[in-house]
Each structure stands twice: as C-alpha cells, then as structure tokens.
Design a protein around this ligand. Structure first.
Ligand code: ARG
Length: 594
C-alpha cells in the first residue's frame, strides 16, 4: 500500500512552491512550518527570507499568499504579525488524509525511510553466572523498542546480545564445579520457565559464593583455579564443556527474565564476549602494525589527547595486558570488525549504561583511527542510559543494600497492576483468566513505559505506585484509552466506522486528526535520534487529545446523524490503531478489554 503524504508535508510543499514563485532568486527555502494553536499551522520562514532579500516581510508574505495554490487542501491563509502566515486546512483534506491512513491497516500510511541500511544493535547483555540488575533491564527495554522502531522504518536490524561470558572468574567457577560436580543439577523437574530460571540462578549464586570463599581461603584451590583459566584459554575440551554448562545454565535464567518481560530474545543473536576469541590476536596485530596501538610497559595501548587521569597523566585504552591477556576492549574492537566487515553494518548502536561512556568513546575512536569506522557511512553510537534510582533518589538497591532481583521486581509490578485491573474487572465483565493476563500486560507495560518515557540518559526513579497510576503519563492510561475505544466500537452495534469527508469537524476532532497525521513524522524522528521517549510523548499526547475529544464530542449519541456517528467511530478507531501500533513498537501490549 502506498504511503500517505502527511498534511504537513503537503502544506510545506505548497508554501515552498509559492515562496520560490514570489522570490525566484531565493532558490528553495524552508517555510518553517509549525503546528499552531491559532490556526492549524504557522509558517515563520518569510521573516528570514525578507531580511536576506531586503524586502518588507508583510509585503512579501502577502505576495506569497497570492501565489499559494489552495486547491481543496487549504481553507484559509492569512498574514499575521510581522510576516507570519496562519494556515487553516479544509476539513475534507484532514478527513481524506486520515481515511487513506485507515485503509492501510498495517502501516497506517507511514512510509519507510528513503535509504534504509543495516544497523547492528548491542543490547540486553547480562553476564553469565551473575544476577541481572536493573541496568540490564534498561538495556533490554530500550534496546527492544529501538529494534522494533528501526525495523518499522525498513532498516535491516541485526541484534547482538553481548553477554559477559568470558574472563578469569571462570577459572574459579569451573574448578569448583569440577570438584563438586552436582552443584548445577536441577532438583525440580518443572516445565515452568520462571521456576527453572529461579532455580538456575539460585544454583549459580550458591556456586559463585562457595567458590569465591574457597578461592579466598584456600591457596591450593587458588592455584588450581588459576591453572584452570589457562586451560580454558587454551581450549581444553573438558574445561570448555564445564564452561558451557555455566553459559547454558545462565541462559535458562536470562530467558526466564526476558519471558517475564514479554520480550523476544533469540538464541543465534546471543553472541557473547567469547564469540570473538578467534579474532583477538588479529585485532591486536592490525592495531599494532598500523601504529594505532603501541607497546607501553609491555601492554598494548592506545592513547588519546583528551583522556587523562586525575594526576594529569594519559589513561590509555589497554587492548592487551602485559601478561598477554585480553580484556573488554579487545573484545569490543573485534566485535566492531565483525559487525562492520562480516555483518556489513552501516550503523552500530550500543545500548549501554552511561557509566561505560569513556570506554566506548575510546573504543570508537580507536576503530576510527584503524579505519574500521568513519564519520560517514559506518558510524557507531552509544545509546547511553542513566541509573535507576530508588524512591530515595539513591541507586536502586534492596534495604539490605543488595541488587534487587528482577523477578521480584516484575512480580511486584504485576501484583499491583492486577489489583488495579481487578478493581474495574466486574464492571467490564472480565473473566479471571483475563484479569491475570491483563495484570501481566499492565504490570510489565508499566515498568517498560516508565523506563521509555524519560530521556534515556537521565536517571529515573523506580516508583511502582506512580507507574501503575491511572492518571498521568503512564502506560495504563494509554492502555485504558485503547480499551475504551474498543468498548465504544463494540457498543456501536450496527454503526460501522466510515469516513465522511463532507462533514465539518469540531475543534477537538481537528486537533486529534492533525496529531494522527503526525505519527509517521514522529516515528522518523525517533528512529534517527534513537529517542523512544519521544514516541512515548507522542502517544501520551494522542491519548490526552482523545480525552478532550470525548469531553467535547459524543460518539454514540442518538442526536447525531448517522454520518457523524460513523465518522467519529472512524476517528477513534484510527486513534486505537495508532495507539496499538505505537505501544507495540515500545514493546507494550494493548488489551482489548480492561
Ligand atoms: N555485559 C556488560 C555489562 O553487564 C554490558 C555489555 C555491553 N556491550 C558491549 N559491547 N560492551 O555491563
């Protein structure tokens, strides 16, 4: 289905044409169109143009108005103030535009990007044998939304879950498991992913603590553990098999959390740090041969003019340690080579905690110097996110100061949401099964939305009371907006949604319609700036415009002529589809009855 040209784009086009006609020597000029409260749009571009052409702005504006071809798009254009244009559209143009969007049930008339490329996105990257924390939740939630949004714009997206599955700590863990072979066995034989996930994590936790204690107290164990690291790096089969058990066990746990989060993570997309082991030597060789990295006190280092420690001495990026070992940077540099040269990425996006920004700054700059990245067709971007804070404004921890277990946190959100859903359930006639399902969608949606509705770089407070509130900028407010429309559509009986372009529109209908028309442009902006919070803001605005519309316009009223009922049903149905689409892109469900 052909994309729908937005009203803004059409108005823009006509004004630009009129501007060039009025002042041919100016070339192509931007009329600087804005949504406005006084009319539908205001154009401010004439002021700057008049200044450049040394013309009187009001006179130029009047000439432009005379040249604009109104057709059936523009109802009124008037010159205002020092030379602005106030532009009002015809009601018919708005309705026809929305009808074209409505006919495209899948994309709502939204075009794909002009020149889509390939983006590799690195997100949802917990660490093997370690509990996930709220930071991993943020990476997963933001990353998943960006994946959906980019795919919707036509981008080819490759997902990479860069899990922490390599490092010296595995020597200790593997050695311990070798000496205590049954420590990772599952006692219960359950089909329930959540339950086996929890069991997996508690096994890993227990084993981690026990091996750590032994490592710290028993010198001989320490020696055996260190030797085990060497075996692991040398690829000894028995050692690798045990290492694999840790990875597999951890995946059971990760999947249980992702499933609870209602999020798809696919196995082939999990390429952890170990996945780049074969490339490390070559990465170092390339960097050293090209002079990008130099040996310093035995270590292979990259230096930067603007990266200095507190003592004023340069802090290098260490690609290879003096003992020959590779760390986080070597892996990330190898991953860049893989993503650029094998996966053919044009863009690399890393959804990672802002506290790792210096690391990525140095890694990206190193890759640029090596010629693996540039500033034009192969670029990298860290979508950095801030810290999750507790209600007290301090980093989110349990009262005992431990990391909050994600399952507990999600369970609590779901519990609270279920209470909210249950309160209204009788009136809506929900079955117990629906209450439980909606409780999940509302609870998980609340957690995701709270994360996605603030700009990612900012810290945000994890406040469940606020998150499941029915009023304000919350997912459940949006979910109710959607469900209420479905309820109206069910109550409509014989009346079906249908566009009637001949009808006059009330102000609240125009406002709603003009915002619906903006969906594609908002998405395009969100996709280029990687700012899902702007999509959340768009949807929230849509829901508030809908509330105003209900206040001012009855949909199913006996006093309304049939066409008005049909046209309003059509308007709310398009609103519902837009909400559904937009929320879906954020990874949030919209139950039909709530
Ligand atoms: N596993 C890391 C952590 O938990 C995040 C990995 C980020 N991605 C990367 N390519 N370094 O902090």
């Amino acid at each position: 289905m052909a994309p729908v040209t937005s009203l803004t784009a059409s108005v823009h086009q006509r004004l630009a044409t009129a501007l060039s006609a009025a002042l041919p020597e100016a070339g192509s000029v931007d009329p600087l169109l804005r949504r406005s409260d006084r009319a539908d749009f205001q154009a401010n571009g004439i002021l700057a143009l008049a200044k450049k052409a040394k013309a009187n702005p009001r006179e130029l504006a009047t000439q432009v108005v005379a040249k604009v071809e109104s057709g059936d798009l523009l109802k009124e254009i008037e010159v205002s103030g020092p030379g602005f244009l106030n532009i009002t559209l015809t009601d018919g143009a708005i309705t026809r535009n929305l009808a074209a969007r409505y006919a495209d049930a899948d994309r709502l008339g939204v075009a794909t990007a002009d020149d889509p490329g390939t983006t590799v996105i690195d997100y949802a990257q917990p660490n093997v044998a370690k509990e996930m924390h709220v930071g991993h939740l943020r990476s997963a939630v933001i990353g998943d939304a960006v994946v959906q949004i980019l795919e919707f714009t036509g981008e080819t997206v490759v997902r990479r879950h860069h899990i922490g599955d390599w490092g010296t700590q595995f020597g200790m863990l593997i050695q311990y498991l070798l000496e205590h072979p049954h420590e990772l066995d599952h006692k219960s034989d359950t089909e329930d992913t959540a339950a086996s996930g929890e069991e997996a994590m508690s096994n890993l936790n227990r084993l981690y603590k026990a091996s750590r204690a032994l490592f710290d107290s028993d010198e001989e164990f320490k020696t055996r553990a260190r030797r085990r690291v060497v075996d692991l790096q040398a690829g000894d089969p028995e050692t690798l098999a045990l290492w694999q058990r840790f990875v597999d066990e951890s995946k059971i746990y990760f999947y249980s959390v992702f499933e609870k989060l209602d999020m798809e993570v696919r196995d082939p997309d999990i390429v952890g740090e170990s996945g780049y082991n074969d490339m490390l030597d070559e990465t170092c060789r390339l960097l050293e041969e090209s002079g990008v990295a130099v040996r310093s006190e035995g270590a292979l280092c990259v230096f930067f003019d603007d990266v200095k420690g507190p003592d004023g001495n340069p802090v290098p990026l260490i690609v290879q340690k003096s003992d020959g070992g590779y760390g986080y940077a070597a892996t990330d540099l190898s991953a860049i080579r893989d993503r650029v040269f094998n996966l053919k990425a044009n863009t690399l996006v890393y959804v990672v905690d802002a506290r790792q920004s210096l690391h990525f700054k140095m890694v990206f700059e190193t890759a640029r110097r090596a010629g693996w990245l540039n500033d034009e067709d192969v670029t990298a971007y860290q979508l950095a996110f801030g810290t999750v804070l507790g209600k007290d404004g301090k980093p989110f921890k349990t009262r005992e100061g431990e990391t909050v277990r994600l399952q507990d946190l999600l369970d609590e959100a779901i519990d609270r949401a279920t209470t909210v859903v249950r309160e209204k359930a009788e009136k809506v006639g929900l079955s117990e099964r629906e209450i439980v399902e909606n409780g999940r969608y509302v609870g998980v949606g609340a957690v995701k939305y709270a994360d996605l509705s603030t700009s990612a770089v900012r810290d945000y407070k994890f406040d469940l009371d606020q998150m499941v509130s029915l009023n304000g900028d919350t997912s459940v407010y949006l979910q109710y907006a959607y469900a209420r429309i479905q309820s109206i559509l069910r109550k409509a009986g014989e009346a079906r949604p249908a566009a009637h372009a001949e009808l006059e529109l009330a102000p609240a209908e125009r406002a709603l319609g003009l915002h619906l028309d903006q969906f594609g442009e908002s998405l395009a902006e969100v996709a280029t700036s990687y700012e899902p919070h702007k999509l959340a803001a768009y949807l929230y605005k849509l829901a508030t415009l809908l509330t105003t519309f209900y206040d001012q316009c009855q949909v199913l009223s006996d006093d309304n002529p049939t066409e008005v009922v049909e046209n309003r049903l059509f308007l709310v149905d398009l609103t519902a589809r837009t909400l559904h689409r937009g929320m879906g892109l954020l990874g949030i469900r919209t139950p039909e009855r709530l």
